[in-house]
Design a protein around this ligand. Structure first.
Ligand code: NAD
Length: 442
């Protein structure tokens, strides 16, 4: 099968490289010149486990190629996957401009018998709108094209995106007619191992993606609210979580207490869902609460620090371990670390930060602030009054506490991701303040 993937971002690159590894011939279109140049020389600007190797393999095998223009490759394939960004512009309105632009292009040039597949996360009704855009553009160019369109939301998680793409928990296909659904179902059935394929209407597929992100995000806000309560009553959220997580009706996914969720999906998708509800005159207090609990949680460590050091942090130095919004990625979009760093900088603190993958992207976002980037985790803590752990990278789980004590002004750690063991810190006489760990719990 020959396919086109439009957009070489976190989703598009993974989809393109994975389809190529499954035997498809993939033409990937990207309009960012720098990104394209890098891709043509086998390098990617994204940190994702196994992705670089898969891309190199695809290029070597002649199954994966990158192109600047959609029009150059349109004749090459009968299936076009749109993996374009849909960021939040204002008050939750999703910016559909890339999708609309590409659909205009498709209308002008699309061939008969093409299946357009929307992989981007889009508000209810967007797939139908994109279909109209393609049809209208074709009519304006005096063409009558017979194409199909399907919504095929993506459920991969950054950090394990390739594995998730190759072994999805389910493949969701939203299509108005059986022909489109069957075509896409056949592609997945032919290259994935026993996929669970669910076929529904486009609007149901659009809602299913938002529902999934909303439910996962709400679990994060619920556990964080419970964590704050545990701190107040002197309990440890870890014990509470172990109990509820073993209940098969609850399960333990997305129940890690911390400094809140971030990334390019949860924040914008909850906002977009609220916007959709409001458009239909519906109030959605639980959705709003999920969002506001998360906003407050991002400031939780800052509140602890102010209680200890006061409101004026001039002269204090803080080390930060972890900048990416989650481990396994270099993605800094909506990373809670940015909220924490901006808040501490605004109070006059100086900051030294380290992240194993996100250094370059963080540096660009933190330009103009007083943050210095350290080469490794021990360099970051030099002369620090406290260490903040903001992303749960594996290398932070068992640090050399003696080395930390030697380098820091005082051995104080704010663990925003619950990576350290209290007993170990106590033995090493390192003071540990963790989200959700009440002072009386031990
Ligand atoms: N990142 C995730 O974990 C994830 C998971 C599931 C779904 N999604 C959804 O998938 C979509 C894409 O997300 P992403 O994280 O991959 O975004 P991204 O910003 O990483 O990638 C989008 C890519 O599209 C390119 N692009 C923009 N306009 C273009 C055009 N006209 N022609 C060619 N290329 C163009 C951009 O340069 C960029 O490389 C979004 O709707 C997102 O909500 C993301």
């Amino acid at each position: 099968m020959d396919i086109v993937v439009v957009g070489a971002g976190y989703v598009g690159l993974v989809a393109a490289a994975s389809f190529a590894s499954l035997g498809c011939r993939v033409y990937c279109v990207e309009n960012n010149e720098n990104k394209l140049k890098q891709l043509e020389t086998d390098t990617i600007d994204i940190y994702e486990d196994g992705l670089q190797e898969l891309i190199q393999q695809g290029i070597r095998d002649g199954r994966l190629s990158f192109h600047p223009k959609l029009s150059d490759v349109l004749q090459s394939a009968q299936m076009i996957f749109l993996c374009l960004p849909t960021p939040s512009v204002k008050h939750g309105i999703a910016d559909l401009s890339s999708l609309l632009h590409v659909c205009e292009e498709l209308g002008a040039a699309i061939e008969q018998d093409t299946l357009v597949v929307v992989k981007s996360t889009v508000p209810a009704g967007t797939t139908a709108r994109l279909e109209r855009v393609i049809r209208d553009a074709a009519a304006r160019h005096g063409r009558q094209v017979d194409f199909d369109i399907a919504m095929n939301p993506e459920f991969l998680r950054q950090g394990c995106a390739v594995q998730d793409f190759l072994h999805p928990h389910s493949v969701v296909i939203g299509a108005r007619d059986n022909r489109a659904a069957d075509r896409l179902a056949r592609l997945y059935a032919s290259c994935l191992h026993n996929p669970v394929i669910q076929i529904m209407s486009p609007v149901e597929a659009e809602m299913a993606k938002y529902a999934s992100n909303y439910l996962l995000a709400s679990r994060v806000s619920i556990i964080n609210e419970l964590a704050n309560l545990c701190e107040a009553v002197g309990a440890d959220i870890a014990s509470v979580r172990n109990v509820v997580g073993l209940d098969p009706n609850i399960g333990n996914g997305f129940l890690n207490a911390g400094i809140g969720y971030g990334g390019s999906c949860f924040p914008k998708d909850i906002e977009a869902l609220i916007k959709t509800a409001n458009t239909y005159g519906l109030d959605v207090p639980i959705m709003r609460a999920v969002q506001s609990v998360n906003d407050r949680q991002k400031q939780r460590l800052v509140a602890h620090i102010i209680r200890r050091f006061g409101n004026d942090l001039a002269g204090y130095r803080f080390a930060v371990w972890g900048l990416a919004f989650k481990p396994g990625t270099d993605d800094m979009r909506e990373a809670p670390s940015l909220d924490v760093i901006h808040a501490l900088s605004a109070l006059g603190a100086s900051i030294s930060a380290y992240d194993p993958a996100a250094r370059r992207k963080a540096q660009m976002l933190l330009e103009g602030t007083s943050v210095e980037m350290a080469a490794d985790k021990y360099e970051a803590v030099l002369h620090a009054d406290a260490l903040l752990i903001l992303t749960e990278w594996e290398e932070f789980y068992e640090p050399d506490l003696a080395q930390l004590k030697e380098r820091m002004r005082q051995p104080l750690i704010y663990d925003g991701r619950r990576v350290l063991k209290n007993a170990q810190c106590r033995t090493s006489r390192v003071e540990l303040i963790q989200i959700g760990a009440g002072r009386d719990h031990d």
